[in-house]
Design a binder for this molecule. Structure first.
Ligand code: UD1
Length: 362
């Protein structure tokens, strides 16, 4: 029996870890622990995703909660160290690039517990993004680096990471998408929202680079209000963004067809995204999901750590000033058409589990 910790912390982590949890559970022979750091804690940011993905309750919740970067990272670091001392695993798996990813990697590495990083090697080359710092440091601490795409392998090689530590497994988030899409489609959430398939846009925005800068946030909201004159625009608002919109007095933006709602669960959001004409976002996950679903995606950022979604997928980078024109151009082109980058085939968790077992000598 090998003991494996699977760490989750924030909204996008749940979709990345669920397929690996399912695959390792199915195989047996592993003592699995689902460790929730508590970085996200609201029902609609955490528990709802466990229900949608049919994940069991976490074995432990470290209840780190919100705080400054240092405070949040330190809270997870201290709490996870305590849990590692109580329940030492053979391997700790950490997904993505959130503060908890780095904190758990550091706690484990310092105690000599090997770390596997799921979604390793992505780089935006933009050190002003907290996630870029988390990614670089996590990759340097990890014993095993599971990458989603060839660009990630190249980034790690350039940084001098020994090739023996790296295995390209593909995209675990797309495993979840492929597994859950039929259930999501059956929800017809667009109907409940009074929308017509193929005739609305969805928006998600939460990056500090967009929402913490009042002038930039205003420009984005103005562009979205303009777009909402052309077709309905549904915007499920992240708690961080809700607070920033409220501070600017923009939370009542019911202009034209711009509709603000609370955050949605995984199945409801996937149902909406699948039938959308366009997504406007700054999320990493959405850039990938729209590529596979064949939905136009405009990413309001100057760079992306997921360049394959631009070169092979439906993603385009835009600045707030060009958002409205880019959206109109995308809409004029009709449906984008689905693409599947290599190994984004719904079997990434199978490859990660194979690699995990090979490395643990099973
Ligand atoms: C975090 C990740 C980001 C990821 C995002 C997904 C970091 C540095 N950032 O950003 O990479 O894309 O999650 O959503 O790790 N809040 C709530 N309820 C919650 C959680 C947060 O109200 O359940 C509010 C709090 O006011 C909190 C703020 O949202 O201060 C930001 O939360 P935090 O976890 O610090 O960062 P995110 O912006 O969610």
């Amino acid at each position: 029996m090998s003991r494996v910790h699977l760490v989750v912390a924030a909204r996008p982590n749940f979709m990345k870890i669920a397929p690996l949890w399912n695959e390792l559970s199915r195989r047996g022979g592993h003592e699995l622990r689902l460790v929730h750091t508590g970085q996200h804690y609201d029902y609609c940011m955490s528990r709802l995703f466990f229900e949608d993905l049919r994940l069991p309750d976490p074995d432990v919740n470290l209840q780190a909660g919100s705080g400054s970067h240092a405070a949040q990272t330190a809270a997870v670091l201290t709490a996870y160290e305590g849990y590692l001392l109580e329940d030492r695993p053979d391997l700790a798996v950490v997904p993505g690039d959130v503060n908890s990813t780095l904190a758990c990697s550091l706690a484990a590495a310092k105690l000599g517990v090997p770390v596997a990083h799921l979604e390793a090697g992505l780089r935006s080359f933009d050190e002003s993004m907290p996630e870029e710092i988390n990614r670089r440091l996590t990759d340097s601490l990890a014993a095993v680096l599971w990458t989603p795409s060839p660009d990630a392998d190249e980034n790690l090689a350039r940084e001098g990471i020994a090739p023996g530590r790296v295995t390209r497994v593909g995209n675990c988030m797309i495993d979840s998408l492929k597994a859950m899409l039929p259930a999501a489609q059956a929800r017809r959430n667009w109907e409940q929202q009074d929308l017509k398939p193929g005739d609305y846009a969805v928006v998600t925005l939460h990056r500090p680079g967009n929402v913490d800068d009042p002038a930039r946030l205003r420009k984005i909201v103005d562009a979205l209000a303009g777009l909402a004159g052309d077709l309905p625009v549904l915007w499920p608002v992240h708690p961080r963004t809700r607070d920033k919109l409220a501070a600017l007095g923009l939370d009542g933006q019911g202009r034209n067809g711009l509709r603000l709602t609370g955050p949605l669960g995984y199945l409801d959001f996937l149902s909406l995204l699948g039938e959308a004409a366009l997504a406007v976002t700054d999320s990493g996950g959405l850039q990938e999901e729209t590529t596979v679903l064949g939905v136009h995606c405009l990413t309001v950022r100057p760079n992306t750590e997921r360049p394959i979604t631009c070169t092979e997928g439906t993603n385009r980078l835009v600045e707030p000033e060009g958002l409205l024109a880019a959206a109109r151009l995308a809409l004029s082109r009709g449906r984008a058409g689905a693409r599947e980058p290599e190994l984004w085939d719904g079997r990434a968790a199978v490859r990660a589990a194979d690699d995990l077992e090979a490395r643990l000598g099973r």
